[in-house]
Design a protein around this ligand. Structure first.
Ligand SMILES: [Zn+2]
Length: 331
């Protein structure tokens, strides 16, 4: 593919020297099909939150290396840059947190994020539906994020609700090879992007938190080197040849409870910049929702994703407790 005479427009397509077909479906949406695709259909998404820059830089560099012939694609891959409008203004979102708008939740409004989430669902559907019908294929989706705050465990992945299905050793091992050894189990349906891919398309899908948000150009990409290496391997090789599953590598957390803001006077009783997975002693007052007090109930109970400024009725805080791996059904 030579240098374009003009900026590409949605609907444009072309072919790389090695026969890989490149289709530009929409702003930030690139569907790539190698001449001889392997058995995986991989979605790598970033910028569902527009200010989470490091994964955008990772995806940009991967696309650049594919287009220049440096990285040879082997698996069908959909690169999806979630919220270009929010990237342009350097914000998490324009009007609404897009990672609460999947599995149809986008039907409840008409902000730019509602519209985009609906479009993204249609692209994911198209991508999986257009896979070759040649026997057993594996659907994978890694939705890459960086967190707003520090974390006692820098990298972690959210394993969406499996509806009773087993957890996969292969996926836990792949994530560990990416440097992600902390897993948060989401034991209920949600409106996140990764749960949508699990539930609507039968994919192995994860929300992957790779570290703390920094502005463009200020990310220390060496901190993402393991993840970058593994995602490149995933899309450029037939098989990953992962090491054997090792239970001692993984730390699993289960949601203990969700604390919602129900009153105007809701407040959190710890500093605004406290790290995710911070543990407080039993009895510690975590939050006050006007007359209701929330205290730490369990030894080892830790807080995650605190945000006192959410709209009334929304989640202000989660608490989690560690779950021994042998309590999970694994395959
Ligand atoms: Zn995010």
């Amino acid at each position: 593919m030579g240098a374009p005479a003009s900026w590409p427009e949605p609907g444009d397509s072309g072919e790389l020297d090695d026969g890989t077909r490149v289709e530009f479906w929409d702003y930030g949406v690139f569907a790539l099909t190698p001449a001889q695709p392997g058995s995986k259909d991989v979605i790598l998404s970033c910028a569902i939150h527009g200010n989470e820059t490091a994964p955008i830089e990772m995806v940009r560099d991967m696309l650049h290396d594919i287009f220049s012939g440096k990285l040879q694609l082997r698996q069908r891959t959909l690169f999806l840059i979630g919220n270009p409008q929010a990237i342009m203004i350097g914000k998490r979102f324009v009007d609404y947190n897009m990672n609460r708008l999947f599995s149809g939740a986008h039907k409840s409004g008409d902000t730019p994020e509602h519209k985009r989430a609906a479009d993204i669902e249609s692209y994911v559907t198209k991508f999986y539906n257009e896979a070759p019908a040649d026997g057993k294929r594996q659907r994978l989706h890694y939705d890459l994020h960086t967190a707003i705050r520090d974390s006692a465990y820098e990298k972690f992945a959210v394993y969406p609700f499996t509806h009773g299905g087993p957890y996969k050793k292969e996926q836990l091992t792949f994530l560990a090879e990416c440097g992600v050894t902390t897993i948060l189990l989401n034991q209920a349906p949600t409106t996140t992007f990764s749960y949508y891919s699990v539930r609507s398309h039968g994919a192995d899908a994860f929300t992957v938190e790779l570290g703390k948000v920094r502005p463009f150009g200020e990310n220390d990409m060496s901190r993402f080197a393991d993840a970058d290496r593994m995602f490149r391997k995933l899309i450029s090789q037939d098989q990953l040849d992962l090491p054997a599953f090792d239970a001692t590598r993984h730390t699993i957390f289960d949601v203990y409870r969700t604390i919602n803001r129900t009153q105007q006077g809701f407040r959190l009783n710890f500093p605004g910049d406290v790290a995710n997975f911070t543990e407080f002693e039993q009895g510690y007052l975590l939050a006050v929702d006007e007359s209701v007090e929330y205290h730490v109930e369990q030894p080892g109970e830790r807080i995650i994703f605190p945000n006192a400024d959410v709209a009334i009725g929304q989640r202000a805080l989660l608490t989690v407790v560690e779950l021994p791996l042998d309590q999970l059904e694994l395959v």
